[in-house]
Structure formats: structure tokens, C-alpha cells
Design a protein. Structure first.
Length: 135
């Protein structure tokens, strides 16, 4: 199975902000934030089709999200997950003494995960603190 290593950035977006106003368990928030934007050439190298699930893994965790063609400029070598529950699964806790985690500029490995299900925000948050019961 193919995989690719990319530099990850996480950022706020209008879609994420609007969906967050409805609540993090709202389907609009899921649609807006459980995605990874990748350059089409990088998608090809990783063996990933648009709108299919991928596993994004960093030094501190992994998450399943949907790979999409960018809605904004994403150059080769870069991947983007909108800030939120899904991005937080892979963001390193390093703060460089600022008190803010390293939301951008960290390496991730991205690989196809077509058979994997994207977890809801509630599943991810409860799973992070040991409250989610596995299926």
C-alpha cells in the first residue's frame, strides 16, 4: 500500500467557524473539519483518490479523515486539516514555550484507509480521555 510523508498545517476556515457555531456534534462540523486537503500530485503519489478516507499519522497519534482536492492553494509537499477535533489527534504538544501547541509545520504520513470509518467528534474526544467504549 502506498503512503507519503508531507508537512502538515492546521488552520481555521470560514466553513469550520460557521459549523462550530452550530456545535461540534453537528453534522456540518463533521463535514467541515474531518477532511485533509492535499495537492492532487501528492494524492496520486500516495495512491489516494479524492473523497476517500486516509490515515494521517504524526509522531503523537493518528486519525482517519477524508482526502479532498484543495479548496485553497496547497502546494506539493503540504497537507492541510482544518483546526478542530480531527486535527488535534495529530498535533504535537510542543509549545516552544508559547503555551500553544505546534499547529503547523510537522511531519505526517498519509496512507489510504478506504475501509476505515471516520470517527465523530464525540468519539474522538471521549476516546482521548478513555471514556469511549470500543464497538
Amino acid at each position: 500500500m502506498a503512503k507519503i510523508q508531507l508537512n502538515m498545517i492546521t488552520q481555521r476556515s470560514i466553513e469550520e467557524g460557521a459549523a462550530m457555531e452550530k456545535g461540534k456534534t453537528n453534522p456540518d462540523y463533521f463535514t467541515a473539519c474531518s477532511i485533509c486537503e492535499m495537492n492532487p500530485e501528492d494524492m496520486k503519489k500516495a495512491g489516494v483518490w479524492k473523497n476517500t478516507n486516509v490515515r494521517v499519522t504524526s509522531e503523537c497519534g493518528s486519525v482517519i479523515v477524508k482526502a479532498i482536492v484543495p479548496t485553497q492553494f496547497v502546494p506539493p509537499g503540504l497537507a492541510h486539516i482544518r483546526q478542530g477535533v480531527w486535527a488535534n489527534q495529530v498535533v504535537p504538544p510542543r509549545t516552544q514555550s508559547t503555551g500553544t501547541p505546534q499547529y503547523s509545520g510537522f511531519l505526517v504520513t498519509i496512507e489510504p484507509a478506504v475501509e476505515e470509518r471516520i470517527k465523530t467528534a464525540l468519539e474522538l474526544v471521549q476516546g482521548s480521555v478513555g471514556l469511549w467504549k470500543k464497538e
